[in-house]
Design a protein around this ligand. Structure first.
Ligand SMILES: [Zn+2]
Ligand SMILES: [Zn+2]
Length: 418
């Protein structure tokens, strides 16, 4: 038997309703804030990702990279922002509007050790807002995702917020942090010893207890922010308070991708284990220019769908039941098959989910199937019914049934609420 590769999952029909539900709620809400959906390719030229998310980041190091038949290096997307900005520049969308807003949903790929809350193919829902640098953009973005989570019914989560400054002020902070980490080098885990050298800020993200105790005492960035980054951060914090969004400033918060500037945030579910960030995002005011577009401020976030679903499950929140009634039509011989087919299509045209028996089977085995599938309504079309030009409608919950004449099929759909 051929099994699926390690670290990827099938989403079986039983679970798909949860995905569809959060995707539907996201599109509804985001479109009310002026976002439109965008779809980008699953793979891109490897360089696009190396130049945006960075070579030394976890996402950059763990890409699925391969050569095509012409020897070009391509990679499966480890995230979507780089592709969206690539498209923004390629199609010269900056010429059209000063504020361009898109959302996306789809699979991302990272070759990491699979564990709970971390798959090699995972799903993200995210947004990008491109073209404006106002702190109110940051406020609205965070407020929107909080509204999204609350709208789904989630309540056990909190926001960590920080500013990682611009390139100018971050460099001086990085220098100080490096000094600090190098002073404590012997007490750090091997990964952090390496990070202290090449990817200093990421050391702040280490979950190792010993590293954590050192990081807690490390200098925070706030004292190093330049005047303009500091003013921006203050306006974001004030704005969030004004619109009623609660948050915690964490001076040691960093994000795993290189392109971030200024405001960054994470939304943490209190119910998940080590992989507890359900959403992460921030500003990336240099990325458009880095990828050879005009200087353009931008910001975005992405939500890990699998983690969100786990967080919802932990709070006992299930997708609302589907509103459409479901019917199963029992047919018992050749002529009833044709009658059943007509009736099925009539009901489908009325918005009723209708399953029709298509193979010769007895009444009892068909009813057994109806019970197993928990379908509420059954319609029986047998030899007798065809002769008498009737059908039998049975409510499987109450066990009541009635005979309905041909030509009165409308009554059936009315009884089912359609
Ligand atoms: Zn700055
Ligand atoms: Zn460490």
């Amino acid at each position: 038997m051929i099994r699926s590769p390690r670290g990827v999952e099938d989403i079986l029909p039983l679970r798909i309703s949860s995905y569809q539900w959060v995707e539907r709620e996201a599109s509804l809400l985001f479109s009310r804030y002026g976002y439109e959906e965008m779809r980008t390719p699953i793979f891109e030229q490897t360089d696009l990702f190396l130049r945006s998310i960075g070579r030394e980041t976890d996402a950059g190091k763990n890409m699925y990279t391969f050569q095509d038949k012409k020897g070009r290096s391509l990679s499966l997307r480890p995230e979507a922002t780089a592709s969206i900005i690539r498209a923004y520049i390629q199609h010269k969308l900056y010429g059209e509007e000063d504020l361009w807003r898109v959302y996306y949903m789809g699979s991302m790929f990272r070759y990491e050790r699979p564990q709970r809350g971390r798959l090699r193919e995972f799903h993200q829902i995210g947004v990008e807002t491109i073209g404006q640098g106002s702190p109110w953009v940051d406020v609205e973005l965070v407020e929107m995702v909080v509204r999204f989570f609350k709208g789904l019914g989630l309540s056990h989560f909190y926001i960590r917020l920080n500013s990682i400054g611009c390139r100018g002020c971050r460099a001086s902070y990085e220098k100080e942090l490096k000094k600090y980490l190098e002073f404590h080098l012997d007490s750090l885990c091997p990964v952090c010893q390496e990070r202290a050298r090449v990817n200093t800020l990421r050391a702040l993200d280490c979950k190792n207890d010993k590293c954590q105790s050192i990081i807690r005492e490390a200098p925070g960035i706030e004292g190093y922010l330049c005047e303009s980054c500091l003013a921006h951060f203050e306006k974001v914090r004030r704005g969030l308070k004004e619109v009623g969004v609660k948050f915690t400033v964490d001076p040691h918060l960093v994000r795993g991708l290189d392109y971030y500037t200024r405001t960054i945030f994470e939304i943490i579910s209190s119910n998940l284990g080590a992989q507890d960030a359900v959403c992460g995002g921030g500003r990336y005011d240099d990325l458009v220019e880095d990828l050879e577009g005009p200087p353009t401020p931008a910001m975005g976030f992405s939500i890990g769908v699998e983690r969100l679903l786990e967080a919802l499950e932990k709070e006992g929140i299930a997708p609302p039941p589907g509103g459409e009634p479901t019917v199963y039509i029992v047919t018992l011989d050749g002529r009833s098959q044709i009658k059943g087919y007509e009736l099925a299509n009539f009901l489908r045209s009325k918005g009723v989910k209708t399953q029709l028996n298509l193979t010769p089977k007895g009444l009892s085995s068909q009813l057994k199937l109806v019970n197993r599938k928990k379908i509420r309504w059954t319609i029986i079309v047998g030899e007798k019914e065809v002769k008498e030009k009737t059908v039998i409608l049975r409510d499987m919950e109450s066990g009541k049934q009635e005979t309905i004449e041909q030509g009165k099929w409308n009554e059936i759909s009315q009884k089912l609420g359609r």
